[in-house]
Design a protein around this ligand. Structure first.
Ligand code: VG1
Ligand code: CO
Length: 543
């Protein structure tokens, strides 16, 4: 029964990014590195004595070791109970669900999401507050400030707790409660969607394929899609979570989920395909030979929300991240509800949902969710789509074509340039910043710049301001190009270029986005001087 006070020195690089602190595993394995960050969280949140914490992760390499350390630190820091997923597993939306359902003081989620895992891969940690959502910037900034002045941390000296069985264990007076990671989440899904209708759809010959990408959602998909909804066993692929995600990149997009894409674009393709990411909060939606952009997906869910029991009484509003297309704005306008534009990252949606201003939220980066939790939610989006398909009895493509015919199409694509030298990437952004004034009013081919600025957001609930959130080049016809640097990478820099054009003409709606956006793509390369500054003009990933 000893609490150790361990002296330590600050690291200077523990600044949380878009979604928590992400570093390579060897960085996290340095002596005191994880402990310093966890103690900085505890010092910041100042939980009352005896408080309850939720704890779990996506099962990637180093997850279990980190969980054992965090349990001992929580005991030493005065927590009374920790709800931890069996074997240390909780998907990000399931963790948010558990925090809310059991009203825990907060939660620690271990994940680097869509980043690869393994001994040389990425690891990550983030803190979620009492509402179940990612800590807002003022808390992550305070954690960073504490990490720069930390001099000691507390850890209870004990042997590891067995986490592979459900039950309660004592750790120096603190209760470690090992919970089933799936049940609470699956029950929540059953309360939102018409499981009978989806079960009927799946037994009528409608075929689905869900790719868990060897990541955390495998057991969730098996329980919900196969066990509760009657999908065939082979409807779920790569369903066993692996510590290194099978060596893959657990990012559900057309590049990294190529196995699934081949199936949906192959002979005898299923009617519906979907994938989720490392920690289960992202989703990609496919139809038979058809890809739904995440921006369009949000718009379709919003337009059809009334078909789904959990949203039958209507949605209060929609929020989307700034780079996400304005497809959802058109639906909001038609429904007569507000649409909010926030910076990139789920943490900006929490206040809007807590205040009852929005029900649905989405990001172009394959993130969709609602106020049922405070994280984006991959399987939730899949079930929402299945519920709509069960009611409308149309194909995915038919639903999209009809949607575009009604609202017009926001043609959209994101081009990622990964692994650029940081100096060169910063040079591109600096060049753009310096020329914002000069771009205004300038004509490029058939496009004329209306406004060029750096996006700044004032939270309508607490008035906090977040600036420097991405360079926007807005054209007079509503088209736009956005440039921003990723805040989730662990190597060099990733420049993201977001491209959007509005196409009202139904006759053009079949066009491939890359073809429809060709001129904007050329303009983006030209005004950013990308080739000269980075030597690159071909994206690593196109979504
Ligand atoms: C990316 C996405 C962003 C998302 C974030 C976390 O951030 O662009 O929309 O919220 O990842 O996603 P960035 O800074 O690299 O562009 V993940 O699935 O942690 O859950
Ligand atoms: Co994720």
């Amino acid at each position: 029964m000893t609490i150790l006070t361990i002296p330590t020195q600050p690291f200077n690089d523990q600044k949380p990014g878009t979604s928590g602190l992400r570093k390579k595993v060897p960085v996290f394995k340095q002596a005191h590195y994880l402990e310093n960050f966890v103690q900085s969280i505890f010092d910041t949140i100042a939980a009352p004595q005896g408080a309850t914490l939720t704890l779990g992760g996506d099962g990637r390499y180093y997850n279990l070791e980190a969980i054992q350390t965090i349990l001992k630190m929580a005991a030493a820091n005065g927590f009374g109970r920790v709800l931890v997923g069996r074997c240390g597993i909780l998907s990000t939306p399931a963790a948010s669900c558990v925090i809310r359902k059991y009203q825990t003081f907060g939660g620690i989620i271990l994940s680097a999401s869509h980043n690869p895992g393994g001994p040389d891969g990425d690891f990550g940690i983030k803190y979620n507050t009492q509402n179940g959502g990612p800590a807002p910037e003022k808390i992550t900034e305070a954690i960073f400030a504490n990490s720069k002045k930390i001099s000691q941390y507390l850890e209870y000296q004990a042997s590891d707790i067995a986490l592979d069985e459900i039950g309660e264990f004592d750790l120096g007076g603190m209760v470690v409660q090992v919970i089933d990671p799936v049940t609470d989440y699956a029950d929540l899904m059953a309360s939102l969607f018409d499981f009978n209708a989806i079960r009927d759809l799946l037994s009528s010959g409608f075929r689905i394929k869900f790719d868990a990408m060897h990541a955390v959602n495998g057991p969730y998909a098996k329980e919900i899609l196969v066990k509760r909804l009657g999908a065939t066993e082979n409807s779920v692929m790569n369903a066993v979570p692996l510590k290194d995600f099978g060596g893959g990149h657990p990012d559900p997009n057309l590049t990294y989920a190529h196995d699934l894409v081949e199936i949906l674009y192959g002979d005898n393709a299923p009617d519906f395909g979907a994938a989720s990411d490392g920690d289960g909060d992202r989703n990609m939606i496919l139809g038979n030979h058809f890809f739904v952009t995440p921006s369009d997906s949000l718009a379709v869910l919003a337009a059809n929300a009334k078909l789904v029991p959990g949203y039958a009484s209507g949605i209060a509003g929609i929020a989307r991240s700034m780079p996400t297309s304005a497809a959802a704005d058109r639906v909001a306008a038609a429904l007569g509800i507000p649409c909010f534009e926030t910076p990139t990252g789920w943490k900006f949606f929490g206040n809007l949902m807590d205040a009852g201003k929005v029900t649905l939220c989405g990001e172009e980066s394959f993130g969709t969710g609602s106020n049922h939790v405070r994280e984006k939610d991959g399987l939730w989006a899949v079930l929402f789509w299945l519920n709509i398909l069960a009611v409308k009895k149309q194909s995915v493509q038919e639903i999209l074509m009809a949607h575009w015919a009604q609202y017009g199409r926001n043609v959209y694509s994101r081009h990622d340039y990964e692994g650029i030298a940081s100096d060169a990437a910063n040079g591109v952004m600096q060049h753009l910043h310096e020329n914002l004034g000069a771009f205004s009013g300038q004509a490029f081919g058939r496009y004329t710049v209306k406004v060029a600025d750096d996006f700044s957001y004032t939270d309508p609930v607490d008035s906090s301001v977040s600036s420097g959130q991405g360079v926007r080049i807005l054209f007079t016809d509503g088209s736009r190009i956005v440039f921003r640097l990723s805040g989730t990478g662990t190597e060099g820099a990733t420049l993201r270029i977001y491209l959007e054009a509005f196409e009202p003409d139904t006759k053009q709606h079949h066009l491939d986005a890359q073809v429809a956006l060709a001129e904007l793509i050329t303009i983006a390369l030209q005004i950013s001087q990308l080739k000269d500054r980075t030597g690159r003009d071909t994206p690593t990933v196109i979504t």
